[in-house]
Design a protein around this ligand. Structure first.
Ligand code: PAF
Length: 271
């Protein structure tokens, strides 16, 4: 099929997913329509990116619903391989792909092996599907930077296109993990983005003079709302290193827990 599409000179767009599709994924499909002739959505719950076996086992499988959603928005091809097809030698784990400055910091520190797992599956998908474009959401910002680096370092002829995070009206970023929140937690969850937004506004207002104080106050506010914090800080948006006075493009990255659910979100802005 891929050979045929290439022979016909059709441009191919890939949207990698783990299924359990929501409007964030659909926004990527809509974006892809502006770029390519043929849209391929992959659905594969990638076992090697889960540092926790239980997290993998409880990941929601909603294939029937996913297929219907993709059919409704006229996706051309769905690629949903079996684990054995993607990893014939999964126990041996023969290959290791890592971007040293990005894979083990922040989310990578709290989820050891996660970005190595993402990197391997993304390379496998790129090699099998050979897309001209691949589309990713900006909610997983560190993942996006890692994939851009892989494309550059391994000379993939693929353009990475990112799309803004899709949110509910109350600000909560769409995520498959929102399904795990109970009725109390779902009321608290929107405060994450509200607090991120407020923090960014204050930092801009105070012209980056009092930044760590502002961040610390926001952390206390998050804790008082019931979040447990893994990451809440401001970084250089290109490197994810700490910011200096010279930084222009910055990002607040948040990774927090509500009960047993891990939520991530971010906001990029200019100083
Ligand atoms: O963001 C995701 O859903 C996954 O990490 C991805 C990119 C599909 C790789 O498994």
């Amino acid at each position: 099929m891929i050979k045929y599409l290439k022979k016909e000179n059709k441009s191919i767009g890939l949207i990698p997913t783990m299924g359990n599709l929501h409007d964030g994924h659909i926004s990527l499909v809509m974006l892809a329509k502006k770029y390519v002739d043929v849209i391929i959505v992959s659905i594969f719950i990638n076992p090697i990116q889960f540092e926790n076996k239980l997290d993998f086992q409880k990941y929601p499988i909603t294939l029937k619903k996913d297929y219907q959603k993709l059919k409704d928005c006229k996706v051309d091809i769905i690629f949903s391989p079996h684990i054995e097809e993607m990893y014939p030698n999964i126990e041996k784990n023969k290959i290791f792909i890592e971007i040293p400055k990005l894979s083990n910091i922040l989310e990578g520190h709290f989820r050891p092996g996660h970005f190595q797992g993402v990197s391997i599956i993304i390379c496998k998908l790129f090699n099998i599907i050979q897309p001209n474009f691949a589309f990713f959401g900006e909610k997983d910002y560190q993942q996006l930077l890692i994939i851009k680096s892989i494309v550059q370092e391994l000379n993939y002829m693929i353009k990475i296109v990112s799309a803004p995070t899709v949110r509910l009206k109350n600000g909560l970023a769409l995520s498959s993990r929102n399904n795990y929140l109970n009725s109390e937690e779902i009321k608290i969850a929107p405060y994450l983005y509200k607090i991120i937004q407020k923090t960014s506004e204050k930092i801009i207002q105070e012209k980056n003079q009092n930044t760590q104080n502002i961040i610390n106050k926001s952390k206390i506010e998050l804790i008082n709302k019931g979040f447990r914090i893994d990451i809440f800080n401001i970084y250089n948006a290109n490197t994810l290193q700490n910011i200096s006075k010279k930084n222009k493009k910055v990002i607040i990255l948040a990774s927090v827990w509500l009960g047993t659910t891990r939520l991530i979100d971010n906001k990029k802005f200019f100083l």
